[in-house]
Design a binder for this molecule. Structure first.
Ligand SMILES: Nc1nc2c(ncn2[C@@H]2O[C@H](COP(=O)(O)OP(=O)(O)O)[C@@H](O)[C@H]2O)c(=O)[nH]1
Ligand SMILES: [Mg+2]
Length: 683
């Protein structure tokens, strides 16, 4: 029953954030079904080359593992954890993430679901900072973490296990300084100390919660962060996790207003993501006052809202006054009126309204691009095949009523044609060797070795500069050189494309190929990514951050993190170039194969006709039915591609509505809060 109730909630209530995610995920599921149908058909009938089949597999991987990352950022005690509980985990029936006065969440906490892993809380000890390894590399090393198994469905055990993220350790000032938690220049920013002069430091550097909660299963990743001190001490947050989040929610307290440290977080960590930022003015319940009228309280809230908007320089509609605590309590008590009064639904609606279409559009473009390529490729292959069949048919029909001598003559002609055609092989050989040489040269510019060289050059000029004040300049220079490398690769790609275009044209004219080039590899995307990395790092290298960087440990961490991010960009760019080139040569190979097979078939057909004259009509009928068959294949594949396109362009809400109108079964189990899987007919 629950499953159905939830489905109704999704459709008939104000679309909550959870509802939007449900819809997006149902849409993605339907798209995957269509994609699988198409891929299976194309592969089983061998209608596409290997690189095209691989492209479809990659598309599937990206679609099914697509994540939506929402990060909550603010000074401690603003109510981030409470807000996360209220938006995402009220269905657990209790407070899941610890939220209490004071510093509670001591380390960044990432909640998500990876089906290949067990439900676990993984904790990375704070000492791992001393080794200088970036988080991204440590993620791949299970031994660096402590693992606590989680019991699915047991909300109490989950909440109990999550208390671990609140743990702290007391340590000497020296050690705290090494770990980046003590700053002698800005004493007011430092964590609390005890009578013995020891410093209180988080026990963990990062926590990962892998848990099959329905929303997390749909690809949602929630990032909860501790306050300013911890954000500043973990460069990875600023440089990688926050910039790559699809939405960041910045939380202020109505009881505190915009404080100096709120401003510091906003300025230093959130100022590059204007489009995805949401500001929450939390705890509006604290403004309630029995001596004031509802109207008076309302206008107080409105004036705090516009103050906050002015101070942060965002449109006032981007500031959401609400009460997370009231919302959580209302959801736990199932009190709709109280929930509306908490004003949380307004934020959820805004989050859903922005994120859903944005994510959908990215996926849609990805699918449409692939559909176009597959269609072009397949139409050309099948078209070639049909043309060759037509020629063969013409030849056979011409033999009707002709003598054995005539057949003999035709056989000779085929042999001559074959021989002439085979002369293309040496030409193709030459083309291939030029092509692979050019490609090799091009890939050197995008190689990891080349990247390391450039980074090493940056380091030389960085360490030479006093206190890293020249760090920014050296880094900007590095980015300039790397952009140069990408631009170079782009230019070489166009040259390669031009060269291949000329060769293809000649091969087509002289040997009857139908070689065609697709649009060249697009490297602008990687330039944009590089630009994004540059902006984030430049911010980090600004004057307020330079001191943190001066420690050798942080320099090392900074460098490793930078290299690992740049490496991803360069590896992907190089992969893109390689794939494009591979697809071009695979086309040559497959056409060569098809042509040879065609010559062979023609010869065999004539030989059979020669052996028994009656075979001619039979052979003609066979070819005609073969032609009808490939026409059918083309029609069916086109239909499947069209279906994929249609689904990609369909609005996500419709995915659920169509499910209902199709009256498909929905699994209704005790805790069946799973998104309904669309089972669209395959045929
Ligand atoms: N009055 C009131 N208190 C809240 C609200 N949201 C959170 N709190 C309280 O503020 C304290 C800090 O909340 P928490 O979620 O741990 O803050 P975080 O450090 O930003 O994650 C806790 O005692 C919460 O109960 C709210 O909307 N109203
Ligand atoms: Mg918290």
């Amino acid at each position: 029953m629950l499953g159905l109730l939830r489905l109704q909630r999704v459709i008939f209530m104000t679309p909550s954030f959870a509802g939007s995610l449900d819809a997006l995920s149902a849409w993605r599921g339907a798209l995957l079904d269509r994609l699988d149908g198409l891929t299976q058909f194309l592969k089983s009938h061998q209608l596409v080359d290997d690189p095209v089949a691989a492209r479809l597999d990659t598309l599937r991987g990206r679609l099914s593992s697509d994540k939506l990352v929402v990060a909550f950022v603010a000074e401690f005690s603003r109510g981030k954890s409470e807000l996360i509980n209220a938006i995402f985990f009220a269905d657990a029936g209790r407070r899941v993430l610890p939220a209490s006065p004071g510093r509670t969440t001591m380390c960044p906490v990432e909640l998500g679901w990876d089906v290949s892993q067990e439900p676990t809380l993984s904790l990375l000890p704070i000492e791992s900072r001393l080794e200088g390894l970036p988080l991204s590399e440590l993620r791949a090393e299970p031994r660096a973490w402590r693992h606590v198994p989680l019991q699915v469905g047991d909300a109490d055990q989950l909440a109990q296990a999550l208390l671990e993220v609140t743990h702290t350790e007391w340590m000497s000032k020296d050690r705290a300084r090494d770990l980046g938690f003590w700053n002698d220049e800005q004493l007011s920013d430092n964590p609390p100390t005890d009578d013995l002069g020891r410093v209180q430091v988080p026990a963990w550097r990062h926590a990962l919660i892998n848990y099959p909660h329905p929303l997390l299963k749909q690809g949602l990743v929630v990032l909860d962060t501790p306050g300013l001190n911890a954000i500043g001490a973990e460069p990875e947050l600023t440089l990688s996790l926050l910039p790559s989040a699809h939405a960041t929610v910045f939380v202020l307290g109505a009881d505190t207003g915009v404080t100096k440290s709120d401003m510091a977080i906003w300025r230093d960590h959130l100022n590059t993501q204007a489009l995805s930022r949401f500001v929450v003015l939390n705890k509006i319940d604290t403004l309630r006052d029995t001596l004031l009228t509802t109207e008076q309280v309302r206008s107080q809230i409105a004036s705090q809202q516009s103050d906050a908007a002015r101070t942060l320089d965002v449109p006032v509609e981007r500031v959401f006054p609400l009460s997370a605590r009231q919302a959580l309590a209302a959801r736990l008590a199932d009190d709709e009126a109280d929930l509306a009064d908490s004003r949380l639904p307004e934020l959820e609606q805004a989050l859903g309204a922005q994120l859903l279409p944005q994510r959908r559009e990215v996926l849609e473009n990805m699918v449409l691009g692939a559909a176009q390529d597959v269609e072009t490729h397949m139409a050309r292959r099948l078209g070639d095949g049909r043309r060759q069949l037509a020629e063969q048919l013409l030849e056979l029909r011409g033999l009707r009523g002709k003598s054995g001598a005539k057949v003999e003559l035709m056989l000779k002609r085929i042999d001559a044609e074959t021989e002439e055609f085979e002369q293309c092989t040496s030409r193709l050989q030459a083309m291939r060797s030029v092509h692979s040489r050019i490609l090799k040269e091009q890939l050197i510019g995008l190689s990891t070795d080349r990247l390391q060289e450039e980074v090493a050059e940056m380091e030389t000029s960085m360490s030479a500069s006093f206190l890293n004040l020249g760090a920014k300049k050296a880094f900007v220079a590095l980015c300039g050189r790397l952009k140069g490398l990408l631009a170079d690769a782009q230019r070489r790609s166009s040259e390669t494309r031009e060269m291949l275009g000329v060769s293809f044209g000649r091969m087509n004219a002289e040997f009857g190929f139908s070689l065609a080039l697709t649009k060249g590899p697009e490297l602008e995307r990687f330039e944009r990514e590089l630009g994004l990395i540059e902006r984030n790092y430049v911010q980090y290298l600004g004057p307020t951050q330079a001191l943190r960087l001066s420690g050798a440990k942080f320099m090392e961490q900074f460098r490793r993190m930078l290299v690992s991010r740049l490496r991803v960009v360069f590896e992907n760019a190089s992969g893109e170039v390689e794939l494009w080139n591979k697809t071009a040569s695979a086309q040559v190979d497959s056409q060569l194969r098809d042509r040879r097979r065609n010559f062979r078939h023609r010869r065999e057909a004539l030989e059979r006709v020669q052996a028994a004259a009656g075979d001619l009509e039979e052979r003609i009928t066979e070819l005609e039915s073969q032609d009808r068959h490939s026409q059918m294949m083309l029609a069916r594949a086109t239909e499947l591609i069209e279906g994929l396109r249609e689904q990609a362009c369909a609005a996500p809400m419709n995915a659920i509505e169509s499910l209902i109108s199709l009256d498909l079964e929905i699994d209704i189990e005790e805790e069946a809060v799973e998104p309904p899987r669309l089972r669209l007919a395959q045929a």
